[in-house]
Structure formats: structure tokens, C-alpha cells
Design a binder for this molecule. Structure first.
Ligand code: ADP
Ligand code: MG
Length: 288
């Protein structure tokens, strides 16, 4: 016979946009005390639209920056890549071939395009190598900025806009009302992280976080006695999803993340996470 809790939880999970890969983790979701959210794709739409393209070098005007960037970005499934490729296609620019593609986890991408070394990288990379860049005019707190480098020189930047998912406000509210701590952990810049965290009334955020640091942060919280859930979408979130007591992959994310996670959030809707925890608590109370 199917145990009652399994029957109930399966029915509820199907109705709530959750795909359960690990039954124990699912049943333990009532124990969650802290949730770490990856910003993109769960709390935000992940619908990055190119907002501004700014050239610092007359050899590489705006359309040329986009074209070179698309050469390397075509090798990735990241939200940033998809946004840049949509823009390039809309502008009727032909995407050039690239080779020697290299993914720089949490920092960006690089490859060879038409004989030049092209990098598309975020502030993490710029800071790490102490590269000087003119101040960006990207709108404070709203735009994610990636720099386009050609043969080690910063040629310009592309800024992108994402939207907070309307469901995120309610999801964070429910979690807070139930005493569950919520933190935003993102590889994106400080201003964007703070803006999202503030708008949603979250308990806190960490910006410019590299993939391995997500895993370390979870360990740290676990050592403090927290039972930690984490949402993630990317290849580089796999170690953090594995470290978490309950790893939740976002439906629109990569296969690697989905294979590591305990639960898959089919509709990428953060409210389904709140439902998951509330349901777990309610079911457990009924059974004892
Ligand atoms: P998050 O924690 O928000 O999911 P990621 O670890 O996926 O962030 O990425 C962190 C940062 O690395 C991005 O904000 C960006 O600066 C840079 N980056 C990641 N992927 C790409 C890409 N495909 N193209 C350019 N930059 C990227
Ligand atoms: Mg990510």
C-alpha cells in the first residue's frame, strides 16, 4: 500500500507545480528554517532585455559590441546570453562563429571570434583583475552590467534589465509570517541585489557571490543549526543545491541543476515554495 503521506504529498505536489525527486527531502521541507534564493529566474523573471549598449572604443561601435558578444554568448544558456542573442537577432545582426569557448563560473564567458579574444564578463571579473573601467551610466539598482573585452581591452558594456516576478512579493511575505528566514545570494552586482532584496522586504542579501561561495554560505548556516533550502538554476549552482538540506531547482534552469536538486519548481514560481513548506507543516500536524 502507498503510505498516506506519500499519496497526499504526490497529489499536492502535482497541483502545486513541484516535481519531487527526493521523497525524504520533500517530507523534511516542513523543517526548513532558512531559504536562500538565487535571484534570477525565481524571484525575477530571468527575462533579461538589453537596455543600453555603450562603447568605450571607436573601433567597436554598439552593434559591433553586440555582434562580438553574441559570438561567445551563443555557447551558453544563461539568461544574460539569451537576452543578448534575442537583441542581436531582433537587430538583424549575423552571429559570428567562435571557438576556444571557455566558461568562467560566476564571472562570464570567453572565446575567440574572428581571431580576437572576446570576453563578456561581469563586475566580479573586472574586480578580480583590477581592470579600470569608465563609470557605467546603467540605471542604479536596476540594470545588470556585463563588459565586452576585446584582446584584453574593455571595449564597452551591455546593460540588461530583468523584472521581479509579481508572485515574489507574496511568497516572501508568507515565509516571513511563518518565521522562515530568507536571503538573496547572487553573482550579480550589489546595487541590483540590494534593490531586489529591498523591494521584496527580504531579510538580507549577498552580492558578487561566486558559485563555490554559495555552498560555503549554506554550510555556515547549517553549522549555526539552520535547516537550509536553496533555489538555483545554473550548472554552477549544483554544489550549493547538493549542500542544502532541501535543494530546489528552477524549472527553466539547466539539466545539471535539475539532476542535483531534491525538488524541481516546474513553473519557477516562488509561491510554490511557500506552499510546499506550509503544506508540509500542515500535513505533519494532522498526522500526529
Ligand atoms: P546568479 O547568482 O545571479 O545566478 P551567476 O552566477 O549565474 O549569477 O552569474 C553571476 C555573474 O556572472 C552575472 O551577473 C554576470 O556578471 C556574469 N555572467 C554569468 N554568466 C554570464 C554570461 N553568459 N555572459 C556574461 N556574463 C555572465
Ligand atoms: Mg544563476
Amino acid at each position: 500500500a502507498i503510505p498516506l503521506v506519500v499519496a497526499i504529498s504526490t497529489a499536492v505536489s502535482a497541483n502545486n507545480g513541484l516535481l519531487i525527486r527526493n521523497r525524504t527531502a520533500f517530507e523534511n521541507s516542513r523543517l526548513i528554517t532558512t531559504i536562500i534564493f538565487d535571484k534570477t529566474g525565481t524571484l525575477t523573471q530571468g527575462s533579461h532585455e538589453v537596455a543600453q549598449v555603450v562603447s568605450f572604443d571607436q573601433r567597436y561601435p554598439e552593434q559591433e559590441l553586440l555582434r562580438l558578444a553574441s559570438g561567445v554568448e551563443q555557447n551558453s544558456e544563461h539568461y544574460i546570453s539569451q537576452g543578448i542573442l534575442r537583441k542581436v537577432k531582433a537587430d538583424g545582426i549575423a552571429i559570428p562563429a567562435s571557438d576556444n569557448f571557455n566558461y568562467l563560473p560566476g564571472k562570464g564567458l570567453e572565446g575567440t571570434v574572428e581571431g580576437s579574444d572576446v570576453k563578456v564578463v561581469g563586475p566580479n571579473y573586472i574586480k578580480e583583475y583590477g581592470i579600470q573601467v569608465p563609470e557605467s551610466k546603467a540605471e542604479e539598482g536596476v540594470e545588470t552590467v556585463v563588459y565586452v573585452m576585446v584582446d584584453q581591452q574593455v571595449a564597452g558594456y551591455i546593460s540588461m534589465r530583468d523584472q521581479i516576478r509579481p508572485e515574489s512579493v507574496g511568497a516572501i511575505k508568507v515565509l516571513k509570517e511563518n518565521g522562515i528566514k530568507n536571503l538573496l545570494l547572487t553573482g550579480d552586482n550589489e546595487r541590483v541585489a540590494k534593490s531586489v532584496s529591498d523591494k521584496l522586504g527580504m531579510d538580507g542579501y549577498l552580492a558578487n557571490v561566486l558559485p563555490h561561495q554559495k555552498q560555503e554560505k549554506i554550510k555556515e548556516l547549517q553549522a549555526q543549526g539552520e535547516f537550509v533550502a536553496m533555489t538555483g538554476d545554473g550548472v554552477n549552482d549544483a554544489p550549493a543545491l547538493a549542500q542544502a538540506d532541501v535543494g530546489i531547482a528552477v524549472g527553466s534552469g539547466t539539466d545539471v541543476a535539475a539532476e542535483t536538486a531534491d525538488i524541481i519548481l516546474v513553473n519557477s514560481n516562488p509561491q510554490d515554495i511557500a506552499s510546499l513548506i506550509m503544506f508540509g507543516k500542515a500535513t505533519y500536524r494532522k498526522m500526529i
